[in-house]
Design a protein around this ligand. Structure first.
Ligand code: GTP
Ligand code: MG
Length: 298
């Protein structure tokens, strides 16, 4: 009896901040795995999203936006986390934004010149275009920049043409037996994902008010019979930031906590008790040792 050959491989999703990489991953997986926001530099770590269909297992790696702000230790960490995958994957999805070609995109093209695996150019946010005609000049301009296997315009938010990516990827993946059990979705722990959800609510609630200097640490994650009890600390860099997050009579922190608790509860399908603290740790984002202690290590 002949066995049907399995395909399996790693697909890096890379691009500058805010182009929609995490939104794309979530759409492909059909679930909210990676946090997203209108603010650039939302994703800070590599996150695996595994999808198994039929005889193919796709192992996507969402990455932080590759950027030019190399001033702090955390910015350097994020660029490393994104670029270090490039040598290790079977395929790269280079995500750009329709009609928003910037110097940061150009710098990524330079990095991709050293990559040996196939590269697919994904032009995202086409729903924002007034007319489809606006796409063609961009496709013509970008296609010659690298030897792309394919150029695919999509809207990750609305799911327009995302299947075309999956089809292209499936055809390019190597023959391999599956690396992960078929029902596994990620390599990340619930503890990690809970911290990410809290961070997302923090970013979304505070928008431009919060400088890019907060992080979340899960102090305790206890699973009881019918409830999960989570104690988490939000670290910021100054007293001023702390009081912004706490808000008037604690209203802000409460609302961040409520929406985080709801999302965590949905994700783990359990009742959740969430206790949030805010603490000041000056200079954590530019201190290699503090960063490692807060989970920023390869
Ligand atoms: N209109 C529109 N908005 C989109 C689309 N895809 C993503 N967005 C929005 O763009 C913003 C950034 O999306 P993310 O998925 O967080 O972007 P990212 O590339 O992961 O960003 P970083 O993690 O910061 O590198 C969010 O507000 C998304 O809702 C799209 O196809 N159309
Ligand atoms: Mg992201």
């Amino acid at each position: 009896m002949s066995e049907q050959k399995q395909r399996c491989g790693y697909i890096a999703i890379v691009g500058r901040p805010n182009v929609g990489k995490s939104t794309l991953l979530n759409h492909i997986l059909g679930m909210k795995l990676s946090i997203t926001s209108r603010k650039p530099q939302t994703t800070r770590h590599q996150i695996l999203g595994v999808k198994t269909t039929g005889n193919t297992q796709f192992i996507y790696v969402d990455t932080p936006g590759i950027h030019q702000r190399r001033n702090t230790a955390i910015n350097k960490y994020m660029n490393r986390a994104a670029t270090s995958v490039l040598g290790d994957v079977d395929l790269v999805l280079f995500v750009v934004q329709a009609r928003q070609w910037t110097d940061e995109d150009k710098a990524i093209v330079e990095k991709l010149k050293a990559v040996n695996s196939p590269i697919v150019l994904v032009i995202n946010k086409i729903d924002k275009l007034e007319s489809k005609k606006q796409l063609l000049p961009m496709i013509n301009e970008l296609s010659p920049l690298l030897d792309f296997s394919e150029v695919i315009p999509v809207s990750a938010l609305n799911g327009i043409n995302v299947e075309a990516i999956e089809k292209t990827v499936a055809a390019l993946l190597p023959e391999n037996t599956f690396f992960y059990p078929e029902d596994q979705v990620t390599d990340r722990s619930m503890r990690f994902l809970a911290a990410e959800i809290i961070r997302e609510k923090l970013i979304r609630e505070l928008g431009q008010e919060l400088p890019y200097t907060s992080t979340v640490n899960i102090d305790r994650y206890d699973e009881d019979r019918d409830i999960v009890r989570i104690h988490a600390t939000i670290f910021v860099e100054s007293k001023g930031q702390k009081s912004i997050i706490i808000g008037k009579k604690g209203a802000r922190l409460k609302s961040i906590g409520t929406s985080a608790r709801e999302d965590i509860s949905k994700m783990i399908d359990s009742r959740v008790y969430l206790n949030l603290w805010v603490k000041v740790r000056e200079g954590w984002s530019n201190d290699e040792r503090a960063l490692r202690g807060l989970g920023y290590s390869e």
